[in-house]
Design a protein around this ligand. Structure first.
Ligand code: PMP
Length: 431
């Protein structure tokens, strides 16, 4: 065990998961690659869990932050005007497609969801909330209420009254031979049943990830969110899209994930990649909800000038370089390459994704049961071959990949080659 790992184990909580049998310390980065303390270089297909959206050591971001530092004022208070907040809010409001949108900045995705839940429950005067099975929205008290899956909730108590909907478990429906249309109809019936049986008549909101992140890049079928929205609209229930992983063009086909479904939500929450490594999150919501009589969000450092400088520079970079189109192009190279390789690799249970957000599910070749041990093995193999990837999903058997949106076509092919080599190695072992 390295000295740093021993010290980490001594003073950090035992539930802080570290990847790899021998965890790595990343000490440098440039472009879409990082270097560990042993000098080993990795092509990064996880981008710090989607935080390093435009790669490492980006001059535009560094200069924006350095010029803020040079002013001598890192942060005072949101009691005073902060130019970067207004500039960023204007851009996000415009891009959101939400009518009369207003923006509030936080430091994280969890705080963003906490704020959205507060706004929704204040506006509707109800503690009843809908969320999706297999969701992850954070682990503060409000956010953990709408986070699904036992292993993420542990034994937490829930201050909100939450009902979990179907939608993310489409692959189970497919496994049972159900069509998407039949599945959507069943999901909508279930939603109506939930509403009829909810404890209080008014339900505040549905919060959903357009593609579930921690849940394993699980995708609802096209048409599901639109069908849900129709039912929600009948009752005035608000729709909150958690764009913490799916925002900023990552899916290639839309700037925010929910826009792929033709749904305009009442609110969207965001975080992770926007600051390219600097802590920033927020909510963009219909103005009447944001300005509601009971609404109030508080975050001392939310929207601080350093985070705003990083976020403005990052978002400008994404727009100026049309990284949404790059995500579509490079993502297609990898997803189609993985789909091509899958038929000769029985260990691959599913390949799914959109743009630069894609996943491979590993299963036991004989029984098709989830194979988390193989996913752990795969992580070691890709590490050895110089590629960083993530894992997740309900059973821990899903390999999650979300490279920086700046990935080049050559890097896409290089990473694809490593993924296929590592899948072959795991496949050979599983036979
Ligand atoms: N929402 C989603 C979809 C997420 O993936 C995450 C983090 N994994 C969060 C919310 C919480 O964000 P944070 O860790 O920044 O609080």
């Amino acid at each position: 065990m390295s000295d740093l790992l021993a010290r980490h184990r001594a003073v950090m909580p035992n539930w802080m998961a570290l990847y790899y049998n021998e965890p790595i310390e990343i000490v440098g980065g440039k472009g879409n690659r990082v270097v560990d303390a042993n000098g080993k270089s990795y092509l990064d297909f996880f981008a710090g869990i989607l935080t390093n959206m435009i790669g490492y050591d980006v001059p535009e971001v560094r200069e924006a932050v350095e010029s803020r530092l040079a002013s001598g004022v890192v942060h005072t208070s949101t009691l005073y005007l902060i130019r970067g907040q207004v500039e960023l809010a204007e851009k996000i409001a415009r891009l959101s497609g939400i009518p009369d949108a207003k923006v509030f900045f936080t430091n994280s995705g969890t705080e963003a969801n906490e704020t959205a839940l507060l706004l929704a429950t204040y506006a509707r005067g109800s503690d009843q909330v809908l969320a999706m099975r297999q969701s992850y929205h954070g682990r503060s008290f409000g956010a953990i209420s709408v986070t699904s899956n036992r292993s993420w909730k542990n034994n937490s108590l829930s201050p909100l009254n939450v009902h979990f909907l179907h939608g993310a478990d489409r692959h189970l429906a497919q496994f049972r031979g159900m069509s998407d249309a039949g599945y959507i109809a069943a999901c909508v019936d279930d939603l109506r049943h939930v509403l009829a049986t909810a404890v209080s008549k008014d339900v505040a909101a549905l919060i959903a990830e357009p593609i579930q992140g921690v849940g394993g890049f699980t995708m609802a079928p096209d048409g599901l969110f639109a069908a849900y929205k129709e039912v929600l609209d009948e009752e005035g229930i608000l729709f909150v899209s958690d764009e913490v992983q799916t925002g900023w063009g990552r899916t290639g086909s839309a700037f925010f994930g929910i826009q792929n479904h033709g749904v305009t939500p009442d609110m969207m929450t965001f975080a992770k990649g926007l600051g390219n490594g600097f802590a920033v999150g927020g909510v963009v919501a219909r103005g009447d909800l944001m300005d509601g009589p009971h609404a109030a969000g508080v975050a001392t450092f939310g929207g601080n000038p350093i985070a705003m400088a990083a976020a403005n520079a990052t978002l400008d970079y994404v727009l100026d370089h049309d990284l949404q189109a790059n995500a579509a192009r490079t993502g297609e190279i990898i997803i189609s390459g993985l789909r091509e390789a899958a038929p000769r690799l029985p260990v691959v249970g599913d390949v799914r994704g959109k743009g630069l957000m894609f996943a491979v599910e590993l299963v036991d070749p004989a029984t098709k049961a989830p194979a988390p041990a193989l996913a752990a093995r795969f992580l070691e193999e890709t590490k050895r071959l110089g590629l960083l990837v993530g894992k997740g999903g309900l059973y821990g058997n899903t390999l999650r990949m979300a490279p920086p949106l700046t990935l080049t076509e050559d890097e896409a092919r290089e990473g694809l080659g490593i993924l296929v080599t590592a899948l072959e190695a795991v496949n050979d072992e599983a036979r």
